[in-house]
Ligand binder design. Structure first.
Ligand SMILES: NC(=O)c1ccc[n+]([C@@H]2O[C@H](COP(=O)([O-])OP(=O)(O)OC[C@H]3O[C@@H](n4cnc5c(N)ncnc54)[C@H](O)[C@@H]3O)[C@@H](O)[C@H]2O)c1
Ligand SMILES: OCCc1c[nH]c2ccccc12
Length: 253
């Protein structure tokens, strides 16, 4: 599970929240040049006293400037010599998929980034990319929760087929953006069975779809709650199907 420094965290000094996440056990930190949080992530890593090799750092290209120059700016902000994963933040920032992805492949070859991937790519974007790519993206970071699952299902199958790891953000959407929708009562029932929280059930649901998770919070209690998902029993196939069905009804208007 990765700790994110975008969404509710972007444009703020996140160093104390990243430090708190590291203290709680997070080692995978997600940032982006667009979030303007890279320098605070770098500070938190240094202040942790832990070796660079114990972290997995993701950052993202925002389309400004040529890829290499922008990647070097991110490394400078982070104070790192490499990132573990460099993502194309959104497909529309690629002016030419073939040329831009070649630049991503070159960054990997030259060791500035260990792996390359994408974010917010739908099927048609991946198809275009894969038609000329020498190296496949290792990750597609996408929004995933029960309310958008029906539109993402085909994409998940496509990613699995190409061995592209799906990393889900926005998993808590039914709690944060659409509370009171049809998913709530089903998730609450599963939570009662497992002695878990609704938050934990939503993460367990995303895991049942084969996704890795990126989430965030300023609150330590949330972080503990998130990480405890690791020890939760998996949802049953029936529970997953009930949540899928409730999600397909969409949030109430
Ligand atoms: N690639 C992209 O375009 C993109 C887009 C959005 C987010 N992200 C990444 O994913 C990370 C997480 O994104 P997210 O915010 O969508 O994640 P999320 O859906 O996991 O929600 C996290 C938010 O939920 C709140 N929360 C936790 N428990 C709650 C509860 N019980 N009730 C109500 N609210 C609760 C937290 O305070 C936090 O603000 C970001 O920080 C960023 O790193 C990437
Ligand atoms: O999370 C914000 C995603 C996004 C929308 N438009 C962009 C342009 C550049 C980088 C990120 C974004």
């Amino acid at each position: 599970m990765a700790f994110g420094t975008g969404s509710t965290m972007k444009f703020t000094d996140v160093s104390k929240y990243v430090k708190q996440a590291i203290d709680c056990g997070f080692r995978h930190i997600d940032t982006a040049i667009y979030y303007q949080t890279e320098k605070y992530v770098g500070a938190a890593i240094r202040e942790s006293g832990l070796p660079r090799s114990s972290f997995y750092i993701t950052t993202k290209y925002d389309g400004d400037d040529v890829v290499r120059k922008r990647a070097q700016e991110s490394l400078e902000q982070l104070g790192l010599t490499y990132v573990d994963l460099y993502l194309v933040h959104v497909p529309r920032i690629m002016d030419d998929f073939e040329t831009n992805w070649r630049e991503f492949e070159a960054l990997k070859k030259d060791g500035l980034v260990k792996s390359i991937g994408v974010s917010n790519f739908m099927m048609k974007d991946l198809q275009t990319l894969l038609s000329t790519a020498k190296e496949k993206p290792v990750v597609n970071q996408i929004e995933l929760h029960p309310y958008n699952y029906s539109t993402m299902k085909e994409l998940l199958t496509y990613c699995a087929h190409h061995r592209i790891v799906v990393q889900a953000y926005g998993c808590l959407n039914p709690l944060t953006k659409n509370p009171g929708g049809p998913v709530d009562s089903v998730v609450d029932a599963v939570a009662r069975r497992l002695g878990a929280t609704a938050t934990q059930v939503l993460f367990a649901w995303a895991k049942s779809k084969g996704a890795a998770i990126v989430t965030t919070s300023r609150r330590k209690e949330h972080l503990r709650e998130y990480l405890a998902v690791e020890n939760l029993c998996p949802l049953t196939l029936e529970e997953i199907a009930f949540i899928d069905e409730a999600g397909a009804k969409g949030p109430l208007e």
